[in-house]
Ligand binder design. Structure first.
Ligand code: SAM
Length: 248
């Protein structure tokens, strides 16, 4: 990738690339969000869950080993996935509070979680100042791990809240049944585009994703004619995002 343009308003260690309809930043979202101009209508994001291990040693394993059934995948590991519960809660409240500051009144926060991190994610959402309004379900249909002696791990969740009274006018379902097609994945734990299309449809015209990954939220936003701002720490996934949004 040839573009290494530095955004003049940002710290030196945050890289900026603009593509039509989108502003993309490579760096830690805790450093980048305070530098953004703000005025977003929604945050739609899928942070690392730090969920794939219950001991210090297993949390520190590679994300591929933690989350991929087929470890032969070429998709690279991603950053920031080894926090314990207390630090995950504290960190989540930090980045959510930074997002709160940049949202328009009535703006939406939509944040993904799994079953294990659901309680602390709801605590963080409220600690950051949001009114917690509900929890939606992504039903992965057949594309989920069976569980011998138990129940298929078939769902993930999104918690949603707002900055004060809601400003939107749409009516959206609270459950989305979308199968993940491995061939479409550009990230080890990427979300299906059809799922993000449905969530983005409920949002206003300007969307922030501080954990962009492979820019699935960004693709959904641009397809819907909305403006997108994305932040990603991993240089490799940042480059995947730039290419994806440029070539869409
Ligand atoms: C669960 S993935 C997002 C996947 C995305 N929804 C997609 O469909 O491709 C979370 C991403 O957040 C990135 N990340 C972790 N810590 C970060 C931080 N402090 N600031 C910005 N990005 C971070 C990881 O590298 C990872 O790519």
């Amino acid at each position: 990738m040839e573009v290494q343009q530095q955004h003049p308003k940002l710290f030196n260690n945050v890289r900026y690339v603009g593509v039509p309809g989108a502003d993309l930043y490579q760096g830690d979202c805790l450093a980048a969000i305070p530098q953004l101009a703000g005025g977003f209508d929604a945050v739609v994001t899928d942070p690392p869950y730090s969920s794939g291990g219950q001991s210090k040693g297993s949390r520190a394993a590679s994300t591929g080993a933690k989350y991929l059934n087929n470890c032969s995948s070429d998709l690279p590991d991603f950053a920031g996935d080894s926090k314990d519960q207390r630090s995950y809660l504290h960190w989540s409240a930090l980045w959510m509070a930074l997002c709160y500051d940049k949202l328009n009144p009535g703006g939406l926060m939509i944040v993904f979680s799994d079953w294990r991190q659901l309680p602390v994610t709801s605590d963080a959402l409220q600690a950051a100042g949001f009114t917690w309004r509900g929890t939606g379900v992504w039903d992965k249909a057949g594309s989920a791990r069976p569980y011998r002696g138990g129940f298929r791990a078939q769902t993930e969740f999104f918690l949603w809240g707002s900055k004060g009274p809601l400003a939107g006018v749409t009516y959206s379902p609270g459950l989305f049944r979308v199968q993940q097609k491995p061939s479409e994945k550009l990230h080890q734990v990427g979300k299906p585009l059809a799922l993000m299309d449905s969530l983005v449809a409920a949002c206003g015209p300007s969307i922030l994703d501080p954990f962009m990954g492979s820019a699935t939220t960004g693709m959904a936003a641009l397809q819907a004619g909305k403006k997108f701002t994305g932040i990603e720490l991993s240089a490799r996934y940042f480059d995947v995002s730039v290419e994806r949004l440029r070539n869409r």
